[in-house]
Design a protein around this ligand. Structure first.
Ligand code: GDP
Ligand code: MN
Length: 383
């Protein structure tokens, strides 16, 4: 789950990372009221989950109520790279002497945490990585060892932050690492991390991605939900308790088991189709689960055919077939369905499906043939 900047800053605060005082506003009047409370000058900041808000005109300084009114009016409703601004964060403006960069993330290839610090903050870090990779100091951290102050200091020194920023930056790095680990985040990023003319270091922006797999031990994350920007298909799937990831293609996919669901996506790609989603219905394939899965896929207007790929293990073929048939009695499906059923009692299952065979529902014995047929039915070119 990605947090908005203001939520990320709330999260940072819990771990003692200094941020500017501020408040949210959903209307121009609220923006002015918040600015009065926070104290001028303020920064009016678009809350959208996409970077480069500054460049897009979504971040403006304001010295008085009139300026807040103007900027808030312009920014609310603004489209920033496909994200419409519905909420503002108004914070007390900081004087900036220097802009740095700091982040922690997981380096999956190295199986270690990765800390990155740069004296070239404020700008797009990907651009720095490309044009001046030496300007980013990197440190791999063994999660069983953690990050101590000495290691954080080493990182700050390697990044060549100004000496007067060192102590503040080290303190923030240690806290940011705790936020990353204890806060169960996949990414914590501060860009810019600033040094003020009077020598204080603090976070001017916040990017936090929480690890959804850790949600069970963070009931407090519920407050972040509600506003979350979810694909409507993913929202419905979550409601129904399905493991669903929306993709851009036109072949809807249902499979039992995450591995099979991934392979199904691959095979559809391989024959020239484009998967519209990843959907794992888990071990069983009851009529209810199947009906829920079909319902979610049915809301996706790009889907032109559905490929159900089931390998029966403990779940027997005839149960799966009966589940599919019963599900089709419950939901009216827009697209033709191609089924590949294999594994335990596949023959029995296929017999049941054969009784319901039509040009809208067909069963093929192999994964590749079924993927081809589904792609063709969806109007795709197969290879
Ligand atoms: P982003 O463009 O989406 O990354 O948004 P940021 O929150 O990082 O803000 C972009 C830029 O706006 C920063 O790099 C700063 O240069 C500027 N900015 C943000 N807040 C302040 C502030 O309090 N004072 C000043 N002077 N500039 C700010
Ligand atoms: Mn930023």
């Amino acid at each position: 789950m990605d947090l908005f900047e203001y939520q990320g800053k709330q999260y940072f605060s819990r771990f003692g990372i200094p941020v500017s005082p501020g408040g949210v506003a959903d209307t121009v009047d609220e923006a002015v009221a918040t600015a009065e409370k926070v104290g001028y000058p303020v920064v009016v900041k678009a809350q959208v989950q996409v970077g480069g808000r500054g460049k897009a005109g979504g971040i403006k300084l304001a010295d008085n109520a009139d300026e807040v009114r103007t900027h808030a009016g312009n920014i609310l409703g603004m489209d920033i790279r496909g994200h419409v601004v519905k909420r503002l964060w108004i914070e007390h403006a900081s004087d900036i002497a220097k802009e740095y960069y700091a982040s922690f993330t997981l380096d999956r290839a190295a199986k270690l945490h990765l800390g990155m610090v740069s004296a070239k903050g404020g700008v797009d870090i990907e651009q720095v990585a490309e044009e001046d990779p030496g300007a980013i100091a990197r440190l791999h951290i063994d999660p069983t060892q953690g990050l101590d102050e000495a290691a954080a200091r080493g990182l700050v020194e390697e990044a060549n932050l100004d000496p007067e920023a060192a102590d503040g930056a080290v303190d923030i790095l240690v806290k940011l690492y705790r936020c990353f680990v204890e806060g169960d985040a996949d990414l914590v990023e501060i860009n810019p991390l600033i040094l003020t003319p009077d020598g204080r270091v603090h976070a001017l922006d916040a990017k936090v991605t929480l690890d959804d797999n850790a949600a069970f031990r963070h009931p407090e994350w519920d407050e972040f939900r509600g506003l979350e920007v979810l694909d409507p298909r993913e929202a419905l799937a979550r409601q129904k308790g399905l493991q669903y990831v929306g993709l851009d293609g036109f072949v809807g996919i249902i499979a039992n088991g995450a591995g099979l669901a991934m392979s199904t996506c691959d095979v559809v790609e391989q024959v020239g189709g484009k998967p519209a989603n990843f959907l794992d219905i888990g071990g069983g394939a009851s009529a209810e689960v199947m009906a829920n899965a079909l319902e979610v896929i049915n809301t996706d207007e790009k889907v032109k055919a559905i490929f159900i790929n089931i390998f029966g293990g403990i779940t027997r073929g005839e149960e799966v077939a009966n589940g599919i048939v019963a599900a089709l009695g419950r939901v009216e499906i827009r697209s033709p369905i191609v089924i590949r059923l294999d594994g335990t009692n596949a023959d029995e299952g296929r017999k049941i499906l054969a009784e319901h065979e039509s040009d809208r529902l067909m069963s093929l014995p192999t994964m590749i043939d079924a993927a081809r047929r589904a792609t063709e039915l969806a109007g795709g070119k197969t290879r």
